[in-house]
Design a protein around this ligand. Structure first.
Ligand code: AMP
Length: 289
């Protein structure tokens, strides 16, 4: 597998592939790869050739008091995993390559970027949207692969693609979980053994809401109360938000009548974890965890 460190080289590879009428797949990541990331690569390989993964720990999406400096960077293991997953290339630019001196242009998807994750992490989605647009411009993918674990991020990127007429198709993949339900995340590496056990509370809270939905509950206040009750039963958990929102706008809803997300952000010790459940509201309610 080829490692590509410069924008000009990545552009050249993309230009070549497009000239040969090949279909480019891109899997953007921040590294510390796990089976969730590799599922995106697998899906991309079914639909595209070449498949490029990018690893870029994007400084503009981290707040000043967040975990940028301690974020895990196991580059060799990541390269091995991508090689094993048969990615064709790794785009691995430096921060200076992406943000040269004097950089001052940002993408802001208004409204939805200010809610939930955006409220807790001011500027986060501006950093995400900016870097994703740059990656699209550089790697010229026909298809780009994202995980539904970051549901609000997905929605914001979808909106950016539509609003800016970007010529890329987004493919959204389900959340990959540990056997006890904990969503895989690079940040799970921060959890001590007791915290790791406590961290299953996010999944349990979502499941509890799913059970109530199956029993006919549609009132979102009641569903949110149920999730909070489960979360608060875990002494190590501090709830940042536990909300049910419209799956398109991410605005609060009173009753589950259209597709919704149940969204959680919870601190376990000093580690902040997010998770969600998609609620399909057709004739029957079905949930996807
Ligand atoms: P990150 O490296 O955290 O920026 O994640 C890179 C991509 O992998 C994003 O599209 C995430 O939504 C996706 N991802 C992260 N964790 C998971 C997971 N457990 N299951 C599926 N996709 C995931």
């Amino acid at each position: 597998m080829e490692t590509i460190r410069t924008i000009s080289w990545m552009r050249e590879k993309a230009r070549e592939a497009r000239q040969e009428q090949r279909v480019i797949g891109l899997v953007p990541t921040m590294g510390a790869l796990h089976a969730g990331h590799l599922a995106l690569v697998d899906r991309a390989r079914k639909e595209c050739s070449p498949v490029y993964a990018s690893i870029f720990l994007n400084p503009t999406q981290f707040g000043p008091n967040e975990d940028l400096s301690k974020y895990p960077r196991p580059l060799e293991a990541d390269i091995e995993k991508l090689t094993g997953a048969k990615a064709d290339g790794l785009f691995l630019p430096s921060a200076e390559e992406i943000y040269p001196p004097g950089f001052s242009t940002y993408v802001h998807v208004e409204g939805i970027s200010e809610r939930l994750e955006g409220k807790s992490r001011p500027g986060h989605f501006r950093g995400v949207a900016t870097v994703v647009l740059k990656l699209f411009e550089i790697a010229q993918p026909h298809y780009a692969y994202f995980g539904r674990k970051d549901a609000q991020q997905v929605r914001i990127i979808q909106k950016m693609v539509r609003d800016l007429n970007l010529d890329v198709e987004l493919v959204i993949c389900p959340t990959v979980r540990e056997t006890d339900g904990l969503a895989l995340s690079s940040r799970n590496a921060y959890l001590g053994p007791e915290e790791r056990t406590a961290a299953t509370v996010l999944f349990r809270a979502l499941q509890a809401a799913g059970k109530e939905l199956a029993a006919g509950v549609r009132d979102t206040l009641e569903l949110q109360r149920t999730m909070r009750k489960v979360l608060e039963s875990e002494s190590q958990a501090r709830v940042d938000y536990a909300e049910i929102v419209d799956a398109e706008t991410f605005e609060p809803v009173v009753r589950v009548g259209r597709n919704c997300y149940a969204l959680l952000a919870v601190r376990i010790g000093s580690t902040r974890l997010i998770d969600n459940m998609l609620v399909h509201a057709g004739d029957e309610i079905t949930v996807e965890l």
